[in-house]
Design a protein around this ligand. Structure first.
Ligand SMILES: [Zn+2]
Length: 420
């Protein structure tokens, strides 16, 4: 369908009210109707800005955890962690990371220069450690017994999810998991409100007394805009596992609420843009402001129908999904390697990266959701849900879930008591 042709200069006043760091950002957004876009900043209290982490001095050491995701290559994973190019080449050539599987989390210790000091990852219950040797990188199993304990944390979101997580000593990896788990229910780039709350029960793995990895979230509650969502991990009969509500509904939806990967940087960027981005009504799409290079995910399984450059959309991908559904992602800086018409994509797989190609003066993703060839508002549409638990499994699940539900209740009460 043709991209809207009319241009509207978006009110700049709100930009000034925000940080000087973003004052230079302006957006000219296409609009289909004559009316000027009226910003409605007063409806919600936008979350405060989460600035990108301060630069790290070249010799300073820091630790990062990242997950190997669908669509990742070893090189893209290592670059995301911040490993410098020469070490990326040495690591990929050495073969020390060939055991890594999708969804494996690696913990890397780096210097500010990007030099890799060490890296570790778990395969099953075995911990492996990668280190520079006398002749390139080597990988060795770390002897010891892996211990798993459970952590309980809760907090209220005042400025951003990551700030709230930091304040409660919740690892970044857990905050990202929360966004993943509730990603079919809540658009973490748009829906978060001051006063939202979370409570979370998660695993911490340690070896020889040293914490080696943040584990899985086992139970979580997220109260968004006054509405409580709960999720409980259940391994299931097939051992694959999934998150369910306490009543046994699968939280995995056929469509993700947000096409943008949720990260510390994209979350801050999106929320600061929230007040003045285009409404869906005025241009039949939803805009997500995000730094160039932020990863864009397929919101559902499907087949790429178009990947190329097209007028105002710039670099655009169209994906056809089951039934009558199609989604469109515009203004990309580049596509995921190998992505072309006919490529099969899975939900959550990376299809490209945020840019400002086409008619966009500021970096953002233009996202459209089509049902039967018509653009619909993805922010309000009811989306099909995944299979619930069978009645046979439900009883077993509820037995399994009961102690965690009790823990969530307890965390909720503790939080209320503190607030009083
Ligand atoms: Zn747009």
């Amino acid at each position: 369908m043709p991209h809207p042709v009319r241009w509207t200069r978006v009110t700049a006043a709100i930009v000034l009210a925000l940080s000087g760091a973003v004052a230079a950002f302006g957006t000219i957004a296409p609009s289909t109707d004559a009316e000027l876009l009226v910003t409605k900043a007063s409806i919600v209290e936008p979350l405060a800005i989460d600035f990108a982490p301060a630069p790290v001095a070249p010799t300073e050491r820091y630790v990062r955890e990242e997950r190997l995701q669908r669509g990742d290559t070893l090189a893209s994973l290592l670059s995301r962690i911040g490993v410098r190019a020469s070490d990326v080449a040495a690591l990929t050539q050495s073969g020390v990371l060939r055991r890594l599987k999708p969804q494996t989390t690696v913990t890397a210790e780096l210097e500010g220069s990007g030099a890799l000091l060490s890296m570790s990852f778990l395969i099953g219950t075995d911990l492996f450690r990668v280190e520079p040797g006398s002749n390139g990188y080597v990988v060795n199993p770390v002897p010891g017994v892996l211990e798993t304990r459970t952590a309980f944390r809760a907090n209220t979101v005042n400025s951003s999810l990551f700030a709230a997580a930091d304040a409660a000593d919740v690892p970044e990896a857990v905050a990202v998991q929360l966004a993943d788990i509730f990603g079919g229910e809540i658009d973490f780039h748009r829906d978060l409100r001051k006063g939202d709350r979370f409570a979370v029960v998660y695993e911490i793995h340690s070896l020889n007394g040293q914490q080696v990895r943040t584990g899985r979230v086992i139970a979580a509650e997220f109260v968004n805009n006054g509405r409580a969502h709960r999720a409980l991990w259940y391994p299931g009969a097939d051992g694959k596992g999934a998150y369910y509500t306490p009543s046994g509904k699968n939280l995995r939806k056929a469509f993700l609420r947000s096409p943008l990967e949720f990260s510390r940087i994209s979350s801050g960027f999106g929320s600061r843009m929230h007040p003045f981005l285009q409404t869906w009504r005025s241009h039949k799409g939803v805009d997500y402001a995000a730094p160039i290079g932020t990863r864009i995910r397929a919101v559902a399984d499907g087949v790429v129908d178009f990947a190329g450059s097209k007028g105002g959309y710039g670099n655009v991908v169209v994906i056809r999904h089951n039934g009558q559904y199609a989604t469109l992602y515009g203004h990309m800086s580049r596509f995921a390697p190998g992505l072309t018409r006919g490529t099969r994509v899975g939900q959550g797989s990376v299809i490209g990266f945020v840019g400002r190609s086409g008619w966009a003066t500021g970096p953002h993703l233009h996202y459209e959701f089509h049902v039967g060839g018509e653009a619909r508002n993805p922010l309000t549409i009811a989306l099909p849900a995944a299979q619930p638990l069978s009645s046979r499994e439900l009883a077993q699940f509820q037995g399994h879930a009961q102690p965690y539900v009790a823990q969530l209740d307890l965390l909720g009460n503790a939080r209320l008591a503190r607030a009083d």
